[in-house]
Design a protein around this ligand. Structure first.
Ligand code: COA
Length: 321
């Protein structure tokens, strides 16, 4: 049995901050951000939380799938910005939806989180343990970035996307290539609380996201094409046979570089980075759900989903719509 997507949904915060707005609060410009990244604006959570965005996207995906909340066996939220350290965002979404029969937990694989979630769902579906799985990628990165670090904060936005997967004899996820390299964790990190137990006596302070942008860029343009090629090899298809490549929306130039490396036309690489910026684990499911809503996905289409992120982590999967 393969894991097949039968419903998608997305949700973005109401507030939109464009590049011109950012240029009023820090030394930056619309020209710099657009040229270097392709980003024009991002949605920032004011009233919304990671949980409310996740539940909103999940509810829409569930409705589109035609399943009832009680039919969901497994509910995974990929996030690095849970509102609570514990419980997981997944448990809170479970409560919001009334998915009373689901096993619920979060995955922390940063921007690769949704691919790790697909990997996990596929394994549970293939093993026969679970039939119906609800996956969500949800983030409020705006609370993690350092708003005095212009080289990082302009890149990110908030949002959530979701997909319901079910066991299917044909189609669905047919190949995956996924990996991690913890030895390079310092390239992109966010320190947690320091220890303030009675023995350490350290000040407890939460960290902000820190990134070596150029190292991440080099890592992405090398690793993403490699893992896509590996997944395509496993699926036994060529890049030419792929209908479209949905890549993590981190930087337009990274996506263009991957297209070039795979020798595929850019129009096979749909983007919403100009509208949403980098929403980390939410980026792929938001793009997928928006394309689904716009009627741009058709039965039999061969899709590649691929991304990369802190960890370092990366992944690609091939699926038939
Ligand atoms: N506005 C204006 N100028 C800025 C700026 C901003 N928001 N951020 C940085 N700059 C400046 C730098 O200070 C530097 O100035 P200097 O030459 O006077 O020192 C100059 O722009 C060039 O900076 P640099 O870091 O070399 O730019 P870059 O071309 O490498 O682009 C990134 C920076 C972050 C856009 C790019 O490295 C990138 O996208 N990396 C990948 C990041 C990513 O995808 N992260 C998410 C992973 S999931």
């Amino acid at each position: 049995m393969n894991a097949k997507i039968i419903g998608t949904g997305w949700e973005l915060p109401a507030y939109e901050a464009d590049n011109d707005y950012l240029s009023t609060i820090m030394e930056t410009s619309d020209e710099w951000i657009t040229e270097r990244t392709g980003i024009r604006k991002r949605h920032l959570a004011k009233e919304e939380t990671t949980t409310s965005l996740a539940a909103g996207a999940a509810g829409k995906a569930l409705k589109a799938s035609g399943l009832k909340a009680e039919q969901i066996d497994l509910l995974i939220v990929a996030t690095i910005t849970s509102d609570t350290e514990t419980p997981s965002t997944a448990c809170r979404v479970q409560a919001e939806l009334g998915a009373v029969n689901a096993v619920a937990f979060d995955i922390n694989a940063a921007c690769s989180g949704f691919l790790y979630a697909i990997h996990t769902a596929d394994a549970f579906i293939k093993s026969g343990i679970y039939k119906n799985v609800l996956l969500v990628g949800a983030e409020t990165l705006s609370k993690l970035v350092d708003w005095t670090d212009r080289s990082t904060c302009v890149l990110f936005g908030d949002g959530a996307g979701a997909a319901v997967l079910t066991a299917a004899e044909q189609g669905g996820v047919t190949a995956q290539a996924i990996g991690s390299d913890g030895s390079r964790w310092e390239v992109l990190s966010c320190m947690g609380r320091s220890n303030h137990n009675p023995i350490c006596q350290e000040q407890a302070e939460a960290g902000f996201l820190q990134m070596n942008g150029q190292e991440v860029f080099k890592f992405a343009i090398k690793t993403v094409p490699q893992c896509i090629e590996e997944a395509l090899k496993q699926a036994g298809i060529s890049p030419e046979e792929v209908t479209c490549f949905l890549l993590h929306q981190a930087n337009k130039r990274i996506i263009q570089s991957v297209a070039k490396r795979l020798k595929q036309p850019e129009d096979k690489f749909p983007m919403n980075i100009d509208q949403c910026a980098n929403t980390s684990a939410a980026s792929l499911p938001i793009l997928l759900a928006q394309m689904d809503e716009q009627g741009r996905l058709h039965p039999g289409d061969r899709l590649v989903l691929s991304g990369f992120g802190a960890g370092l982590t990366w992944g690609a999967c091939v699926l038939e719509w």
